[in-house]
Design a protein around this ligand. Structure first.
Ligand SMILES: [Zn+2]
Length: 141
C-alpha cells in the first residue's frame, strides 16, 4: 500500500515488541502479588519510618505490606507503644496516617507495651519487607 515494502515486517516487529512489553508488565504484577511482594508504589522503610514518627510509637517490627488484589494494599505489623500512652489513640493515629498518607486501607496492627514484648519469642526477620527499626532515641517517651 505504501509502496515501501519493509514497513510491513517492521510494523509486525514493533507490535510484537509492544505485546511482549505489556505481557511482561502484567506478569510481573501478577508474580509480585503471588509472591506477597511489597507493592511497587510503596516503600516499606518509608512506611515504617512514618509509623515510628507517630507519637507514642516506640518500635515497629514484623512489618508486612502486600497487595490483596490490584489496587488494594494490606499491612500488618507489631507496634511497641511507649509505657503510659493510650493504645487506642496510638492505634487511631497510626491508622489515620496510613490511610491518609499511603492509602493502605486493610490494616492488622498488634499493639503492645514494651514490657509485654516477651509474648512472642521470635521476631520474624526473614521477610524481605522486614524493617528492623527502633525508635530514634530523640523521641522516646
Ligand atoms: Zn512483636
Amino acid at each position: 500500500m505504501t509502496g515501501w515494502y519493509p514497513i510491513d515486517p517492521l510494523l509486525s516487529v514493533l507490535i510484537t515488541l509492544f505485546i511482549i512489553w505489556r505481557t511482561w508488565l502484567l506478569l510481573s504484577q501478577a508474580v509480585n502479588i503471588l509472591m506477597d511482594g511489597v507493592p511497587p508504589h510503596l516503600n516499606a522503610e518509608e512506611v515504617a519510618n512514618a509509623m515510628i514518627n507517630v507519637v507514642g510509637v516506640r518500635e515497629v517490627h514484623d512489618l508486612d505490606i502486600w497487595t490483596i488484589t490490584s489496587g488494594r494494599d494490606a499491612l500488618s505489623a507489631h507496634i511497641i507503644v511507649s509505657a503510659g500512652k493510650n493504645r487506642d489513640s496510638v492505634l487511631a493515629d497510626v491508622q489515620h496516617m496510613l490511610r491518609e498518607r499511603f492509602h493502605i486501607g486493610h490494616l492488622t496492627l498488634q499493639l503492645m507495651e514494651e514490657r509485654m514484648e516477651w509474648i512472642h519469642p521470635l521476631k520474624r526477620n526473614w521477610s524481605k519487607s522486614y524493617v528492623p527499626i527502633s525508635a530514634n532515641p530523640g523521641k522516646l517517651s
